[in-house]
Design a protein around this ligand. Structure first.
Ligand code: HAM
Length: 416
Protein backbone atom coordinates (compact mmCIF):
# COMPACT_ATOMS: atom_id res chain seq x y z
CA UNK A 1 0.00 0.00 0.00
CA UNK A 2 1.30 3.44 -0.90
CA UNK A 3 1.76 5.74 2.11
CA UNK A 4 -0.93 8.41 2.36
CA UNK A 5 0.16 11.92 1.43
CA UNK A 6 -1.24 15.36 2.34
CA UNK A 7 -4.06 16.52 -0.01
CA UNK A 8 -3.10 18.56 -3.07
CA UNK A 9 -2.73 22.26 -2.31
CA UNK A 10 -1.95 21.72 1.37
CA UNK A 11 1.48 21.56 2.93
CA UNK A 12 3.20 20.70 6.16
CA UNK A 13 5.11 23.51 7.81
CA UNK A 14 7.84 21.67 9.65
CA UNK A 15 10.30 22.74 12.33
CA UNK A 16 12.84 24.14 9.88
CA UNK A 17 10.22 26.66 8.70
CA UNK A 18 7.72 27.08 11.52
CA UNK A 19 10.02 29.39 13.51
CA UNK A 20 9.79 31.83 10.59
CA UNK A 21 6.00 31.71 10.87
CA UNK A 22 6.25 32.43 14.59
CA UNK A 23 8.51 35.41 13.85
CA UNK A 24 6.11 36.89 11.26
CA UNK A 25 3.13 36.31 13.57
CA UNK A 26 4.94 38.03 16.45
CA UNK A 27 5.70 41.06 14.27
CA UNK A 28 2.05 41.28 13.14
CA UNK A 29 0.86 40.93 16.72
CA UNK A 30 3.21 43.75 17.75
CA UNK A 31 1.90 46.07 15.02
CA UNK A 32 -1.71 45.17 15.87
CA UNK A 33 -1.03 46.12 19.51
CA UNK A 34 0.48 49.43 18.46
CA UNK A 35 -2.52 50.24 16.27
CA UNK A 36 -5.06 49.23 18.94
CA UNK A 37 -6.46 46.08 17.29
CA UNK A 38 -7.57 43.19 19.53
CA UNK A 39 -7.13 39.56 18.60
CA UNK A 40 -10.21 37.35 18.12
CA UNK A 41 -10.61 33.65 17.47
CA UNK A 42 -13.51 32.84 15.16
CA UNK A 43 -14.82 29.50 13.84
CA UNK A 44 -13.08 27.92 10.90
CA UNK A 45 -16.44 26.82 9.50
CA UNK A 46 -19.62 28.85 9.13
CA UNK A 47 -23.06 28.49 7.57
CA UNK A 48 -22.58 28.46 3.80
CA UNK A 49 -25.10 31.29 3.51
CA UNK A 50 -22.73 33.68 5.28
CA UNK A 51 -20.26 33.53 2.39
CA UNK A 52 -22.86 33.16 -0.36
CA UNK A 53 -24.53 36.38 0.80
CA UNK A 54 -21.47 38.15 2.20
CA UNK A 55 -18.73 37.46 -0.34
CA UNK A 56 -21.23 37.39 -3.19
CA UNK A 57 -22.60 34.56 -5.30
CA UNK A 58 -21.09 35.82 -8.56
CA UNK A 59 -17.54 35.65 -7.21
CA UNK A 60 -15.08 32.89 -8.14
CA UNK A 61 -14.81 32.08 -4.44
CA UNK A 62 -18.51 31.29 -4.00
CA UNK A 63 -19.07 29.89 -7.48
CA UNK A 64 -16.25 27.38 -7.57
CA UNK A 65 -13.77 27.54 -4.72
CA UNK A 66 -15.61 26.78 -1.49
CA UNK A 67 -15.21 23.62 0.56
CA UNK A 68 -18.88 23.06 1.29
CA UNK A 69 -20.42 20.00 2.88
CA UNK A 70 -23.51 18.93 4.71
CA UNK A 71 -22.90 18.19 8.39
CA UNK A 72 -24.52 15.31 10.24
CA UNK A 73 -27.46 17.55 11.14
CA UNK A 74 -28.15 18.29 7.46
CA UNK A 75 -26.88 21.91 7.58
CA UNK A 76 -24.80 23.31 4.75
CA UNK A 77 -21.43 24.23 6.20
CA UNK A 78 -18.42 25.87 4.51
CA UNK A 79 -14.77 26.00 5.56
CA UNK A 80 -14.07 29.73 5.61
CA UNK A 81 -12.50 31.02 2.38
CA UNK A 82 -11.80 34.38 4.08
CA UNK A 83 -12.40 36.01 7.46
CA UNK A 84 -14.11 39.34 6.80
CA UNK A 85 -17.64 37.91 6.60
CA UNK A 86 -17.06 36.07 9.90
CA UNK A 87 -15.72 39.23 11.55
CA UNK A 88 -18.83 41.15 10.52
CA UNK A 89 -21.10 38.29 11.59
CA UNK A 90 -19.41 38.26 14.97
CA UNK A 91 -19.69 42.06 15.37
CA UNK A 92 -23.42 41.88 14.60
CA UNK A 93 -24.05 38.76 16.71
CA UNK A 94 -22.37 40.24 19.80
CA UNK A 95 -23.88 43.71 19.27
CA UNK A 96 -20.45 45.31 19.35
CA UNK A 97 -21.96 48.50 17.94
CA UNK A 98 -23.16 49.28 21.47
CA UNK A 99 -19.57 50.04 22.54
CA UNK A 100 -17.09 52.68 21.34
CA UNK A 101 -16.56 52.74 17.57
CA UNK A 102 -14.75 51.73 15.49
CA UNK A 103 -14.26 48.25 16.87
CA UNK A 104 -10.83 47.08 15.76
CA UNK A 105 -10.30 43.35 15.49
CA UNK A 106 -7.70 41.04 14.06
CA UNK A 107 -7.28 37.32 13.65
CA UNK A 108 -4.94 34.80 12.11
CA UNK A 109 -5.68 31.31 10.87
CA UNK A 110 -6.20 28.97 7.94
CA UNK A 111 -8.50 29.74 4.99
CA UNK A 112 -9.68 27.24 2.41
CA UNK A 113 -10.19 27.78 -1.31
CA UNK A 114 -10.38 25.12 -3.99
CA UNK A 115 -7.99 26.88 -6.37
CA UNK A 116 -5.46 25.47 -8.82
CA UNK A 117 -2.33 25.07 -6.68
CA UNK A 118 0.89 26.78 -7.78
CA UNK A 119 3.75 28.65 -6.13
CA UNK A 120 2.19 30.99 -3.56
CA UNK A 121 -1.32 29.61 -4.11
CA UNK A 122 -2.62 26.85 -1.86
CA UNK A 123 -5.94 25.29 -1.01
CA UNK A 124 -5.25 25.80 2.66
CA UNK A 125 -3.34 28.98 3.45
CA UNK A 126 -2.99 31.25 6.44
CA UNK A 127 -4.18 34.85 6.53
CA UNK A 128 -3.76 37.70 8.95
CA UNK A 129 -6.99 39.64 8.84
CA UNK A 130 -7.49 43.10 10.31
CA UNK A 131 -10.84 44.87 10.40
CA UNK A 132 -12.09 48.26 11.70
CA UNK A 133 -15.87 48.15 12.06
CA UNK A 134 -18.42 50.88 12.67
CA UNK A 135 -16.79 53.96 11.09
CA UNK A 136 -17.20 55.52 7.66
CA UNK A 137 -14.39 58.04 7.87
CA UNK A 138 -11.71 57.86 5.16
CA UNK A 139 -9.03 58.21 7.84
CA UNK A 140 -9.92 54.71 9.03
CA UNK A 141 -9.18 53.48 5.51
CA UNK A 142 -5.92 55.39 5.81
CA UNK A 143 -5.15 53.67 9.11
CA UNK A 144 -5.80 50.26 7.55
CA UNK A 145 -3.49 50.91 4.58
CA UNK A 146 -0.82 52.36 6.86
CA UNK A 147 -1.21 49.38 9.23
CA UNK A 148 -0.53 46.89 6.44
CA UNK A 149 2.45 48.89 5.16
CA UNK A 150 3.88 49.10 8.67
CA UNK A 151 3.80 45.30 9.03
CA UNK A 152 5.82 44.91 5.84
CA UNK A 153 8.19 47.72 6.85
CA UNK A 154 8.92 45.97 10.16
CA UNK A 155 9.44 42.67 8.35
CA UNK A 156 12.05 44.38 6.18
CA UNK A 157 10.26 43.88 2.84
CA UNK A 158 11.35 46.06 -0.06
CA UNK A 159 10.15 46.95 -3.56
CA UNK A 160 6.48 46.57 -2.77
CA UNK A 161 3.86 48.26 -4.88
CA UNK A 162 0.72 49.61 -3.20
CA UNK A 163 -2.17 50.07 -5.64
CA UNK A 164 -5.37 51.87 -4.75
CA UNK A 165 -8.74 52.43 -6.34
CA UNK A 166 -12.28 53.37 -5.43
CA UNK A 167 -14.92 50.97 -6.71
CA UNK A 168 -17.83 53.28 -5.86
CA UNK A 169 -21.01 52.36 -4.03
CA UNK A 170 -24.53 51.12 -4.92
CA UNK A 171 -25.44 54.70 -5.90
CA UNK A 172 -22.76 55.22 -8.51
CA UNK A 173 -21.66 51.74 -9.51
CA UNK A 174 -24.73 50.96 -11.69
CA UNK A 175 -23.84 53.99 -13.85
CA UNK A 176 -20.27 52.77 -14.24
CA UNK A 177 -21.40 49.20 -14.83
CA UNK A 178 -23.59 50.35 -17.67
CA UNK A 179 -20.84 52.52 -19.19
CA UNK A 180 -18.46 49.56 -19.06
CA UNK A 181 -21.00 47.21 -20.65
CA UNK A 182 -21.72 49.77 -23.39
CA UNK A 183 -17.98 50.02 -24.04
CA UNK A 184 -17.47 46.23 -24.16
CA UNK A 185 -20.65 45.26 -26.04
CA UNK A 186 -19.28 45.78 -29.59
CA UNK A 187 -16.43 43.31 -28.84
CA UNK A 188 -18.44 40.91 -26.70
CA UNK A 189 -17.77 37.98 -29.08
CA UNK A 190 -14.00 38.38 -28.67
CA UNK A 191 -14.08 38.14 -24.86
CA UNK A 192 -12.99 34.86 -23.26
CA UNK A 193 -15.86 32.54 -22.24
CA UNK A 194 -15.59 33.40 -18.54
CA UNK A 195 -15.70 37.14 -19.26
CA UNK A 196 -18.71 36.60 -21.52
CA UNK A 197 -20.43 35.00 -18.58
CA UNK A 198 -19.32 37.89 -16.34
CA UNK A 199 -20.69 40.47 -18.79
CA UNK A 200 -24.16 40.58 -17.22
CA UNK A 201 -23.45 39.24 -13.77
CA UNK A 202 -20.25 41.03 -12.76
CA UNK A 203 -18.77 43.10 -15.61
CA UNK A 204 -16.20 44.91 -13.42
CA UNK A 205 -14.34 41.62 -13.01
CA UNK A 206 -13.60 41.68 -16.77
CA UNK A 207 -11.03 44.41 -16.00
CA UNK A 208 -9.17 41.83 -13.92
CA UNK A 209 -9.00 39.10 -16.59
CA UNK A 210 -5.51 37.75 -17.31
CA UNK A 211 -6.23 36.87 -20.98
CA UNK A 212 -4.13 39.14 -23.26
CA UNK A 213 -7.03 39.60 -25.70
CA UNK A 214 -9.37 40.73 -22.92
CA UNK A 215 -6.68 43.01 -21.55
CA UNK A 216 -6.29 44.59 -24.97
CA UNK A 217 -10.07 45.00 -25.28
CA UNK A 218 -10.36 46.72 -21.89
CA UNK A 219 -7.23 48.87 -22.34
CA UNK A 220 -9.22 52.04 -23.00
CA UNK A 221 -12.27 51.16 -20.93
CA UNK A 222 -13.91 54.01 -19.01
CA UNK A 223 -12.46 54.64 -15.54
CA UNK A 224 -14.58 53.93 -12.49
CA UNK A 225 -13.12 57.07 -10.90
CA UNK A 226 -14.98 59.20 -13.42
CA UNK A 227 -18.31 57.77 -12.36
CA UNK A 228 -17.99 58.18 -8.59
CA UNK A 229 -20.84 60.00 -6.82
CA UNK A 230 -19.95 63.04 -4.68
CA UNK A 231 -19.84 61.03 -1.48
CA UNK A 232 -17.43 58.43 -2.94
CA UNK A 233 -15.35 61.14 -4.61
CA UNK A 234 -14.94 63.10 -1.37
CA UNK A 235 -14.11 59.96 0.55
CA UNK A 236 -11.45 59.00 -1.98
CA UNK A 237 -9.99 62.50 -1.97
CA UNK A 238 -9.82 62.62 1.82
CA UNK A 239 -8.04 59.25 1.81
CA UNK A 240 -5.55 60.47 -0.77
CA UNK A 241 -4.86 63.65 1.21
CA UNK A 242 -4.18 61.50 4.27
CA UNK A 243 -1.85 59.21 2.31
CA UNK A 244 0.04 62.25 1.01
CA UNK A 245 0.33 63.60 4.54
CA UNK A 246 1.96 60.41 5.86
CA UNK A 247 4.15 60.18 2.75
CA UNK A 248 2.78 56.79 1.68
CA UNK A 249 3.95 55.69 -1.74
CA UNK A 250 0.66 54.58 -3.28
CA UNK A 251 -0.21 54.32 -6.98
CA UNK A 252 -3.76 54.85 -8.20
CA UNK A 253 -4.92 52.01 -10.43
CA UNK A 254 -8.40 52.64 -11.77
CA UNK A 255 -8.56 49.04 -13.09
CA UNK A 256 -8.11 47.45 -9.67
CA UNK A 257 -11.23 45.43 -8.89
CA UNK A 258 -10.99 42.89 -6.15
CA UNK A 259 -12.33 39.35 -6.34
CA UNK A 260 -14.93 39.82 -3.61
CA UNK A 261 -18.27 41.53 -4.18
CA UNK A 262 -18.60 43.36 -0.90
CA UNK A 263 -16.25 46.26 -1.60
CA UNK A 264 -17.51 49.83 -1.65
CA UNK A 265 -15.28 52.88 -2.13
CA UNK A 266 -11.70 51.91 -1.17
CA UNK A 267 -10.02 48.85 -2.70
CA UNK A 268 -6.28 48.26 -2.50
CA UNK A 269 -3.58 45.66 -2.88
CA UNK A 270 0.09 45.34 -2.03
CA UNK A 271 2.16 43.49 -4.64
CA UNK A 272 5.62 41.99 -4.69
CA UNK A 273 7.51 41.40 -7.92
CA UNK A 274 9.66 38.71 -6.29
CA UNK A 275 7.33 35.69 -6.00
CA UNK A 276 5.97 35.02 -9.47
CA UNK A 277 2.38 35.17 -10.68
CA UNK A 278 0.76 35.17 -7.23
CA UNK A 279 2.14 38.58 -6.43
CA UNK A 280 -0.52 39.95 -4.04
CA UNK A 281 0.76 39.74 -0.50
CA UNK A 282 -2.11 41.80 0.87
CA UNK A 283 -5.54 42.96 -0.23
CA UNK A 284 -8.32 44.91 1.35
CA UNK A 285 -10.82 47.70 1.23
CA UNK A 286 -14.09 49.07 2.53
CA UNK A 287 -17.32 47.09 2.69
CA UNK A 288 -20.10 49.34 4.02
CA UNK A 289 -22.97 47.04 2.96
CA UNK A 290 -21.67 43.66 4.02
CA UNK A 291 -23.42 43.60 7.40
CA UNK A 292 -26.79 44.28 5.77
CA UNK A 293 -26.14 41.63 3.13
CA UNK A 294 -25.87 39.03 5.90
CA UNK A 295 -29.02 40.22 7.67
CA UNK A 296 -27.51 42.73 10.11
CA UNK A 297 -27.87 46.50 10.56
CA UNK A 298 -25.84 49.05 8.60
CA UNK A 299 -22.22 48.65 9.73
CA UNK A 300 -19.53 50.40 7.72
CA UNK A 301 -16.18 48.63 7.79
CA UNK A 302 -12.74 48.51 6.26
CA UNK A 303 -9.93 46.01 6.54
CA UNK A 304 -7.27 43.92 4.87
CA UNK A 305 -5.89 40.42 4.85
CA UNK A 306 -2.40 39.21 4.08
CA UNK A 307 -1.34 35.70 3.14
CA UNK A 308 1.49 34.63 5.43
CA UNK A 309 2.66 31.92 2.98
CA UNK A 310 3.31 34.60 0.37
CA UNK A 311 4.82 37.02 2.87
CA UNK A 312 7.37 34.37 3.88
CA UNK A 313 8.12 33.50 0.24
CA UNK A 314 8.78 37.19 -0.42
CA UNK A 315 10.95 37.55 2.67
CA UNK A 316 12.99 34.52 1.62
CA UNK A 317 13.34 35.83 -1.95
CA UNK A 318 14.53 39.19 -0.59
CA UNK A 319 16.88 37.67 2.02
CA UNK A 320 15.02 39.30 4.94
CA UNK A 321 15.91 38.35 8.50
CA UNK A 322 13.58 36.13 10.52
CA UNK A 323 15.39 36.85 13.77
CA UNK A 324 17.38 34.03 15.37
CA UNK A 325 16.62 30.40 14.58
CA UNK A 326 15.71 28.85 17.91
CA UNK A 327 18.41 26.67 19.44
CA UNK A 328 18.48 24.71 22.68
CA UNK A 329 20.75 26.30 25.23
CA UNK A 330 22.06 22.99 26.50
CA UNK A 331 22.71 19.49 25.21
CA UNK A 332 23.53 17.12 28.04
CA UNK A 333 26.12 14.52 27.07
CA UNK A 334 26.35 11.32 29.08
CA UNK A 335 29.92 9.97 28.90
CA UNK A 336 28.69 6.39 29.35
CA UNK A 337 25.59 4.35 30.03
CA UNK A 338 25.96 4.68 33.83
CA UNK A 339 25.77 8.50 33.56
CA UNK A 340 22.51 8.54 31.61
CA UNK A 341 20.30 8.56 34.69
CA UNK A 342 22.16 11.63 36.04
CA UNK A 343 21.87 13.20 32.58
CA UNK A 344 18.12 12.67 32.64
CA UNK A 345 17.90 14.34 36.03
CA UNK A 346 20.03 17.30 34.88
CA UNK A 347 17.95 17.85 31.75
CA UNK A 348 14.82 17.93 33.85
CA UNK A 349 16.29 20.40 36.38
CA UNK A 350 17.38 22.73 33.56
CA UNK A 351 13.99 22.61 31.88
CA UNK A 352 12.24 23.34 35.18
CA UNK A 353 14.46 26.42 35.49
CA UNK A 354 13.35 27.57 31.98
CA UNK A 355 16.64 26.62 30.38
CA UNK A 356 15.96 24.72 27.17
CA UNK A 357 17.81 21.41 27.26
CA UNK A 358 17.92 18.10 25.48
CA UNK A 359 19.84 14.80 25.57
CA UNK A 360 20.39 11.58 23.67
CA UNK A 361 17.85 8.76 23.88
CA UNK A 362 19.43 6.50 21.27
CA UNK A 363 22.38 5.13 23.29
CA UNK A 364 24.87 6.87 21.00
CA UNK A 365 28.61 7.25 21.61
CA UNK A 366 29.93 10.33 23.36
CA UNK A 367 31.47 11.48 20.07
CA UNK A 368 28.13 11.50 18.27
CA UNK A 369 26.41 13.12 21.26
CA UNK A 370 29.00 15.93 21.05
CA UNK A 371 28.18 16.26 17.35
CA UNK A 372 24.46 16.64 18.14
CA UNK A 373 25.34 19.20 20.81
CA UNK A 374 27.39 21.23 18.32
CA UNK A 375 24.53 21.23 15.79
CA UNK A 376 21.67 22.06 18.13
CA UNK A 377 22.80 23.85 21.30
CA UNK A 378 24.93 26.62 22.78
CA UNK A 379 26.48 24.52 25.55
CA UNK A 380 27.39 20.85 25.93
CA UNK A 381 27.10 19.72 29.54
CA UNK A 382 29.15 16.59 30.00
CA UNK A 383 28.49 14.09 32.76
CA UNK A 384 30.85 11.17 33.37
CA UNK A 385 32.01 9.16 36.36
CA UNK A 386 34.43 11.96 37.39
CA UNK A 387 31.81 14.66 37.31
CA UNK A 388 29.31 12.51 39.19
CA UNK A 389 31.90 11.75 41.87
CA UNK A 390 32.70 15.48 42.28
CA UNK A 391 29.02 16.50 42.00
CA UNK A 392 29.76 18.87 39.09
CA UNK A 393 29.10 19.19 35.36
CA UNK A 394 31.70 19.99 32.67
CA UNK A 395 30.20 22.87 30.73
CA UNK A 396 31.61 23.45 27.26
CA UNK A 397 30.73 26.65 25.42
CA UNK A 398 30.38 25.36 21.88
CA UNK A 399 31.16 28.54 19.98
CA UNK A 400 34.65 29.05 21.51
CA UNK A 401 35.32 25.61 23.06
CA UNK A 402 36.09 27.11 26.49
CA UNK A 403 35.06 24.88 29.34
CA UNK A 404 34.56 24.98 33.11
CA UNK A 405 33.28 22.81 35.91
CA UNK A 406 30.11 24.01 37.62
CA UNK A 407 27.67 22.63 40.15
CA UNK A 408 24.11 22.27 38.88
CA UNK A 409 23.11 25.32 40.87
CA UNK A 410 25.92 27.41 39.35
CA UNK A 411 24.97 26.16 35.89
CA UNK A 412 21.32 27.13 36.32
CA UNK A 413 22.29 30.58 37.64
CA UNK A 414 24.65 31.09 34.69
CA UNK A 415 22.04 30.25 32.09
CA UNK A 416 18.83 31.57 33.62
P1 HAM B 1 -8.11 38.30 -0.79
O1 HAM B 1 -7.48 39.25 -1.75
O2 HAM B 1 -8.98 37.25 -1.35
O3 HAM B 1 -8.92 39.20 0.25
O4 HAM B 1 -6.98 37.61 0.07
C1 HAM B 1 -6.05 38.39 0.81
C2 HAM B 1 -4.65 37.80 0.70
O5 HAM B 1 -4.67 36.41 1.06
C3 HAM B 1 -4.07 37.82 -0.70
O6 HAM B 1 -3.50 39.05 -1.01
C4 HAM B 1 -3.00 36.73 -0.59
O7 HAM B 1 -1.84 37.26 0.07
C5 HAM B 1 -3.66 35.73 0.34
N1 HAM B 1 -4.26 34.62 -0.44
C6 HAM B 1 -5.47 34.59 -1.04
N2 HAM B 1 -5.68 33.39 -1.64
C7 HAM B 1 -4.58 32.65 -1.39
C8 HAM B 1 -4.18 31.29 -1.74
N3 HAM B 1 -4.98 30.47 -2.42
N4 HAM B 1 -2.96 30.86 -1.32
C9 HAM B 1 -2.14 31.67 -0.61
N5 HAM B 1 -2.46 32.94 -0.24
C10 HAM B 1 -3.66 33.43 -0.63
C11 HAM B 1 -9.62 38.71 1.30
O8 HAM B 1 -9.58 37.56 1.68
C12 HAM B 1 -10.40 39.76 2.05
N6 HAM B 1 -11.13 39.10 3.13
C13 HAM B 1 -9.49 40.85 2.55
C14 HAM B 1 -10.21 41.91 3.33
C15 HAM B 1 -10.24 42.04 4.66
N7 HAM B 1 -10.94 42.88 2.80
C16 HAM B 1 -11.44 43.63 3.77
N8 HAM B 1 -11.05 43.11 4.91
Amino acid sequence: MEAIKAPRGTRDVLGDESWKWAYVTDVCRGVADDYGYREVHLPIFEHTELFARGVGDTTDIVEKEMYTFEDRGGRSITLRPEMTASMVRSYVEHELRNGPQPVKLWGVGPMFRYERPQKGRYRQFVQFDMEALGAEDAFVDLEIIDFSMEIFRRLGLKNLKVVLNSVGCPNCRPGYRKALQDFLRPRYDELCPSCQSRFDRNPLRILDCKSPIDQEITKDAPSVLEYLCDDCKQHFEKLRRGLDKIGADVAIDNRLVRGLDYYTKTAYEILSGDIGAQSAICGGGRYDNLAEAIGGPHVPGVGFASGIDRVILTMEAQGCSFGREPKNRVYVVAADESASLEALDLVRKLRMANVSADMDYMGRSMKSQMKSAAGTAEYACILGADEIAKNVVTVKHLSDSTQEELTVEQLVNKLK
